[in-house]
Design a protein around this ligand. Structure first.
Ligand code: HEC
Ligand code: HEC
Length: 381
């Protein structure tokens, strides 16, 4: 596997699948209620990954899919069609369960239970891990990859200096703190042939409310795509399915909170603690300074600041899962001034199963936003 065709098919297949999940979820259990429900109460055949929320379980599916360079259909026959039976045990599902147990044992027996070996450690995007180093590989330029979690590197500016420079670049603390709400409209760019051409509505309210709605007016079969956090609860709704809306729980919920908080960056030093600065790296041919910290809920976040402009260009946040960290990455660009404060007009929200690209065209600040814009968008039946 790992062939060209699979790669090409990947976005479309995954795109459809996530929606089918939504359909599969709703009738059996009210996943959409606020109270967290364990995955084994929602799905029929959970053996290895019990005791986590359905949303975090979907994160583990994303980790497996990404680590092996797979598509959902590589382990679940018929995924992407209405013939899929997620509960049916395929040979690869059985192997994967054994691997989940094996990985837990490796970490327990050798690393004091720290989650240092994951599916990615061995698989690196392949179905079968490589066995032997190649001679060419030994003499080739090394591929430098950053650790997820790093310690402070010597000789770097302090986190305070980098964050203060960021605040200065945005327009100064006073102006930044003066922004209490943001309303934006724009378009979605999508990736490949998916998710483009939608209209975007963006709402945010300090200190921690944020909603992004992407609507596809031209394609009638498509529903809107919503991510919303209202200060306590969060909701995600995916297109192509009326029922594909679920309440965020666990690491996904904590991550949505962080996204909302970082929309009002004046509070960044209160939101993230244990800040440390790593070695600078290059991002899209630009030198960036890397700062990492943790939220009160334990979400690890890595922030990338452009060395020249001082502006935030990337945030990667990690949620926990039983088989490894689940990354979500948001890239910010095209900063423009609104009322004396710089704001990113473009961002790409990428997670293990998809990507939304957003380009705002019009942004207003400090306008009232009705409470209903945050939280669940579909009225409860
Ligand atoms: C590498 C193999 C693998 C891949 C790829 C994979 N899964 Fe799974 N999936 C599993 C295993 C193993 C289980 C059973 C977990 C357990 O027993 O705890 C499972 C269970 C499920 C279930 C629960 C079924 C039930 O009713 O019990 C759903 C839903 C699911 N997967 C969805 C997905 C989606 C969506 C994707 C693509 C994003 C995906 N899976 C990719 C291995 C995989
Ligand atoms: C310590 C290394 C290691 C780790 C960690 C690991 N695997 Fe594997 N896995 C292997 C090896 C080696 C094979 C190939 C075995 C063979 O060829 O018989 C394999 C094979 C597989 C296969 C069968 C692929 C195929 O179609 O041939 C699946 C599916 C799989 N692993 C899933 C996982 C999942 C999911 C995880 C994480 C929960 C994981 N593995 C973690 C080493 C690992």
């Amino acid at each position: 596997m790992n062939g060209f065709l699979t790669r090409v098919l990947t976005p479309s297949a995954r795109f459809g699948l996530i929606c089918l999940i939504g359909v599969a979820l709703t009738p059996k259990q009210a996943v959409s209620q606020q109270k967290p429900v364990n995955v084994e109460d929602v799905f029929k055949n959970i053996q290895a990954l019990k005791g986590i929320s359905a949303a975090d379980f979907m994160g583990t599916m994303g980790v497996m899919t990404a680590a092996l360079g797979f598509d959902c259909a590589d382990c679940h026959t018929g995924a992407g069609t209405d013939k899929v039976d997620w509960a049916f045990d395929t040979p690869r599902k059985r192997i994967s369960r054994r691997m989940v147990t094996m990985v837990a044992a490796i970490n327990k027996d050798n690393f004091g239970g720290r989650q240092v070996v994951t599916c990615w450690t061995c698989h690196r995007g392949r179905d079968r891990p490589l066995v032997t180093p190649t001679v060419d590989g030994i003499y080739a330029a090394p591929v430098i990859e950053m650790d997820d979690v790093f310690r402070a590197a010597p000789g770097q500016p302090s986190a305070d200096q980098i964050l203060d420079k960021y605040m200065q670049a945005l327009g100064g603390m006073q102006k930044v703190s003066g922004v209490t709400s943001i309303v934006g409209t724009g378009v979605s760019i999508g990736f490949g042939s998916f998710g483009g051409g939608g209209t975007v509505q963006f709402y945010a309210k300090a200190p921690a409310q944020r909603t992004t709605i992407i609507e596809f007016a031209s394609a009638t079969a498509r529903d809107s795509n919503v991510r919303s956090f209202n200060g306590t609860s969060g909701w995600v709704k995916t297109p192509l399915s009326v029922l594909g809306e679920y309440a965020l729980t666990g690491g996904e919920l904590d991550g949505a909170k962080l996204d909302a908080q970082l929309t009002f960056p004046g509070q960044i030093k209160q939101v993230l603690s244990n800040l440390r600065v790593g070695l600078p790296v290059t991002l899209n041919d630009r030198d960036v300074q890397v700062v990492q910290g943790e939220t009160r809920e334990g979400i690890i976040a890595t922030l990338y600041f452009d060395m020249e402009t001082g502006l935030l260009s990337r945030v990667i946040r990690y949620a926990k899962s039983p088989i490894g960290r689940v990354p979500t990455q948001i890239d910010y660009s095209d900063y423009r001034e609104v009322g004396g404060v710089k704001m990113p007009f473009r961002w790409v929200f990428g997670w293990l199963d998809g990507k939304d690209s957003i380009e705002l065209r019009d942004v207003r600040i400090n306008v009232p936003i009705e409470a209903a814009k945050f939280g669940r968008q579909t009225p409860q039946k």
